[in-house]
Design a binder for this molecule. Structure first.
Ligand code: AGP
Length: 615
């Protein structure tokens, strides 16, 4: 959940490291720092702050002014999301070795840091921080005998846990050593310059040629190139990939927040998600990354979906897809539960790991546990080359483009659509007829327009949102396909506005939670014209009877709901299996404008990080 970056080459490393940290600030942003090698005297210069990147920039101007900054052509940087130790300067990375000649930045958790720390203290090492990461700096010094690569490898062999690290030393003025285990590391390969970062968004401004390290890879990076080996120093080759994100995609594109930009990108993202994958004539879908033939689809007897957060709710929508479209028994598991509960996995089960970042620790471990039990495993990710994408080796990319805002939006709608396409492929290898398949595929072809129709109502949704911005509690109600969508709507609201919002099955409200309703607790009733609508309309009346204001998300032309709602957000008519898309766009805009009215830091909500790479 931290962002790390390193640069070595002919240019000024300070500016490159700072701009790279800015791009990764969404990964974690409670403290930050950088360390540079001054080419004039080879000395390591370190600057750290307890704050965000702009605070670091101001500190660098004070503590590393020109002409010193201009003499630094190699350096590393870090933006932190605290796991061990409060977000203080002393806990901020980079951490230095005892002799001050080695600096490291780390993303991950060293699980055995305490015994390692005790042993080092017993040998006279002094620690300045409460972090686990500082152990690495001293271990590397302890192992150092002139070969930095070897010292890092030896130190990492002692470590249990996860790491993505970058290391520099005043004794090696043109070398960065990087390594990964469980936390992503990407190498940007330039001409006469090279970059290492935990996230490709920090790299694409300089090069689109990227190498992703695998677990237990270690790389020596110089201006001339990169050498990658195992920790046992066995050379390895890793694929050089072309990243097709344009730098412009990483900017806000004129929107006030990345989140609003990404909400409005959904028609385009959805078009990219379905592009080349709908076979209208055959009434099916083509997902080549899955590497399965119809006979393979037919052999699967059960689907298991493992995911976290918003991706978990998308997986819950997927359950309705697989069971209603493909007659496939499907269970959806929170990845953190799945990985530890010794799950029952039959040989013909298929696990779908749903993850926008492809780096969520619990979902990665769910993949590994499923593979240990012999299941087929597919990854449904947005980030090309991410850990889940590479460890599953097969699956479906969302093609939604970079999702920068911590609150996931376009990834959810694209996940729902990708799961629908997968369900159609499974269904057509079973009882689904070509005719039914053609109808479903035709509906999918129009999904970008469904999102577009709701985006055209942005002003109306903003007016509704601003009426309820002072609420302290809120319920979202839905059933059937709309139950997971209600859960997602509540998550969106709570994570960016800090309002206590609960998603609930509409029928369950009367089994207790209705006691919480009164005129101060608005209820969002998710009642588009899909199966179960009339029952949820009844629940709306129950809420009204308790004086709760009701916001209905309902289908255009459905006038019945008017009498039971204080405000209505209209969505276009569509088949049940597609209704999550327009409805979630309405929920996203509602949450966004409520949070905006409340003056919340929407793209970087407190306590959150974009990718939870620790358990
Ligand atoms: C969603 O708005 C949240 N930021 C969070 O729940 C997120 O969906 C979850 O951490 C899973 O992330 P992933 O899709 O990258 O695995």
């Amino acid at each position: 959940m931290c962002g790390i970056i390193g640069y070595v080459g002919p240019l000024g490393a300070v500016g490159i490291v700072l701009s790279g940290l800015q791009r990764m600030e969404y990964r974690g942003y409670d403290s930050a720092g950088l360390a540079m090698l001054d080419s004039a005297d080879g000395a390591l210069k370190r600057v750290r702050v307890s704050g965000k990147i702009p605070d670091l920039q101001r500190a660098v101007e004070q503590e590393l002014p020109e002409p010193v900054a201009g003499r630094c052509h190699i350096g590393i940087g870090h933006t932190r999301w605290a796991t061990h130790g409060a977000p203080t300067v002393s806990n901020a990375h980079p951490h230095l070795s005892r002799n001050g000649r080695i600096a490291i930045v780390h993303n991950g958790i060293i699980e055995n840091y305490l015994p390692l720390k005790q042993r080092l203290i017993g040998k006279g090492y002094r620690f300045e921080s409460e972090t686990d990461s500082e152990v690495l700096a001293h271990l590397i010094e302890e192992c150092y005998d002139g070969d930095l690569h070897r010292a890092v490898a030896m130190a990492l062999e002692m470590v249990e846990g996860t790491y993505g690290i970058a290391v520099v030393s005043s004794q090696h003025p043109d070398v960065i050593v990087a390594a990964r285990k469980g936390s992503p590391i990407a190498l940007g390969v330039g001409n006469g310059e090279n970059i290492v970062a935990s996230d490709v968004s920090a790299i694409v401004n300089y090069t689109t040629r990227v190498i992703y390290l695998d677990d237990e890879d270690i790389a020596t990076i110089t201006p001339a190139g990169v050498q990658i080996s195992s920790l046992k120093n066995v050379p390895v080759n890793r694929e050089l990939r072309h990243v097709d994100w344009q730098p412009g995609e990483l900017e806000k594109g004129g929107f006030e927040h990345f989140m609003l930009k990404e909400i409005h990108e959904q028609p385009e993202a959805l078009a990219n998600a379905i592009r080349g994958r709908l076979l209208e004539k055959d009434g099916t879908t083509r997902l080549s990354g899955v590497q399965m033939e119809p006979a393979d689809y037919a052999r699967v007897s059960r689907i298991i979906i493992a995911a976290c957060g918003t991706s978990y709710f998308a997986g819950m929508v997927g359950k309705y897809h697989f069971e209603s479209l493909a007659d496939l028994p499907t269970e959806v598991e929170q990845a953190a539960e799945f990985r530890y509960r010794n799950p029952i996995i039959e040989r013909d089960s298929c696990l779908l790991a749903v993850s926008q970042s492809g780096e969520t620790a619990d979902t990665i471990e769910a993949v590994r546990e499923a593979r240990r039990k012999g299941a087929n495993v597919l990854g449904i990710c947005n980030v090309v080359g991410s850990t889940i994408a590479r460890e599953t080796g097969r699956g479906v990319y969302l093609h939604a483009g970079p999702e920068i805002s911590v609150a996931s939006t376009k990834a959810f709608s694209c996940q729902v659509v990708v799961l629908a396409m997968l369900a159609i492929a499974f269904g057509r290898a079973r009882r689904m007829s070509a005719g039914v398949g053609r109808d479903l595929v035709a509906g999918l072809a129009r999904v970008p327009q469904l999102a577009e129709a709701v985006l055209r109502q942005t002003d109306h949704i903003r007016q509704v949102a601003e009426k309820y911005a002072d609420a302290e509690h809120c319920f979202y109600l839905g059933r059937g396909y709309m139950y997971p969508v209600a859960l997602e709507g509540a998550l969106k609201l709570k994570e960016i506005s800090y309002i206590h919002a609960e998603g609930y099955h509409a029928a369950e409200l009367k089994h207790g939670p209705i006691a919480l309703l009164d005129e101060t607790v608005p209820v969002v009733a998710v009642v588009p014209d899909v199966h179960g609508r009339s029952k949820t309309v009844n629940n709306m009346q129950e809420c009204r009877a308790r004086k709760s204001p009701v916001i209905a998300i309902a289908t255009e032309g459905d006038d019945e709901v008017d009498q039971f709602a204080d405000d209505i957000i209209r969505v276009p008519p569509c088949p049940d299996f597609l209704a999550p898309v327009p409805v979630v766009v309405a929920e996203q805009l509602l949450a966004y404008y409520i949070a905006r009215k409340r003056g919340c830091p929407i793209d970087q909500p407190r306590n959150l990080a974009k990718s939870v790479t620790v358990e």
